[in-house]
Design a protein around this ligand. Structure first.
Ligand code: KG4
Ligand code: ZN
Length: 358
């Protein structure tokens, strides 16, 4: 089965081809530079960029892989959650292509796509406890198969990646700033008393990161020397006196620790409640974070669970995960019809697939 995946849910336009669970090729265009001047994604601009770039990437992917449109058996598309206008570009493109190529249409939950992504590189084992940590979401799931996810916990306010990006913005780091906090805090001993681990003193599996963000904001306000001199210019860090650099690195490491340790506490709690698990899957952009990866590795080792982590290139948004998930769905006989809806962030993605007609 040859499956084309399409991803346009936020600020990455991407297409990929997967056959038999193996990646044949992929193309990705990031809009980070377009949005960086605004310090965050501007939805209207994102949609226009997807519309401009998607057909170009599709043509290039087919040319590079030697695939003809009529070879495509399944067109799989991220149908939400995400920015509605951005999703509509990908969903409309996928619908048209599925008709033109006489291919099946599969709408993929973007969050499930993230959690299934490591299956491109290693075997997935179920039941699995899934932790999805991205720019828009922080969710834990019990996953019984590629098509059976039960939501256990979610963030009540900011997502983990959003907290990284907001703290980075306060420090004048470039957008999106999560990876710079990771880099500057690496190898530095965190001060575990500096920032709180929010919402851990309740039995709830839900997360809350807005209090942590406010605590960091207050600390930065009291220590303005932590802020980079030039907005968005990370190279100005190297020009600072060593004491200022050390203080910034300490804040990065301590904030990073508060997030990673909060995730550990909630995942441990979810593991206790969810029953016997074969594996722990950690996915999404924040799964690229070195402290989060190490913390989850230690947790999995302690509990003798296998840890399934996507390679770094599969953590942030991409179309390979959408193509892979689409092929799994179609392989189980599921597909969508042309009334497939795009689902904006905040709405539950419905389980509305059909059994495909041959
Ligand atoms: O999954 P993703 O690409 O997009 C969404 O679906 O939201 O995640 C993007 C998020 C951003 O908030 C970005 O700052 C964060 O992932 N991120 C990181 C790292 N790399 C990306 N956060 C912390 N450490 C990193 N190394
Ligand atoms: Zn994502």
């Amino acid at each position: 089965m040859l499956c084309l995946g399409i991803e346009t849910s936020c600020d990455e336009t991407a297409v990929a081809l997967v056959r038999g669970g193996k990646l044949l090729g992929q193309k990705l265009a990031t809009q980070i530079d377009v949005h960086a001047v605004f310090g965050g994604v501007v939805p209207e601009i994102a949609s226009r960029e997807h519309l401009r770039v998607l057909p170009v990437l599709y043509r290039e992917l087919l040319a590079e892989t030697g695939v003809q449109p009529q070879d495509i058996d399944v067109v799989s598309v991220a149908r939400g959650p995400g920015l509605l206008g951005a999703l509509l570009v990908g969903v409309s493109f996928a619908k048209a292509l599925s008709v033109a190529c006489n291919a099946r249409l599969v709408g993929v939950n973007h969050l499930w796509g993230h959690l299934l992504a490591p299956g491109l590189e290693q075997e997935l084992t179920f039941p699995a406890l899934g932790l999805l940590v991205s720019g828009g979401h922080t969710h834990t799931y019990r996953i019984d198969s590629p098509t059976q996810f039960e939501l256990l916990g979610r963030t009540l306010d900011d997502a983990a990646g959003e907290a990284f990006d907001k703290v980075a913005k306060l420090l004048n780091f470039p957008y999106p700033g999560g990876k710079f906090i990771d880099q500057l805090g690496k190898g530095v001993e965190p001060d575990t008393k500096l920032f709180p681990r929010a919402f851990i003193d309740t039995p709830s599996l839900d997360f809350s990161f807005s209090g942590l963000k406010t605590a960091v904001a207050n600390h930065i306000q009291a220590h303005p020397e932590l802020i980079l001199d030039e907005m968005g210019d990370i190279s100005s860090f190297m020009k600072m006196p060593v004491e200022r650099r050390e203080a910034i690195s300490k804040v990065c490491a301590s904030f990073n620790w508060s997030v990673a340790d909060t995730l550990r506490i909630k995942v441990e709690r979810a593991l206790k409640q969810a029953g016997r698990m074969e594996s722990l899957v950690v996915a999404g952009g924040v799964a690229a974070n070195s402290m989060v990866r190490q913390t989850m590795q230690d947790l999995a080792d302690t509990r003798k669970l296998s840890l399934i982590l996507p390679g770094l290139h599969l953590c942030t948004d991409n179309a390979s995960m959408i193509a892979y998930a689409g092929e799994l769905f179609a392989g189980q006989g599921y597909c969508h019809t042309l009334d497939l809806e795009a689902i904006p962030r905040g709405r539950v993605v419905p389980l509305d697939w059909h059994v495909c007609e041959e």
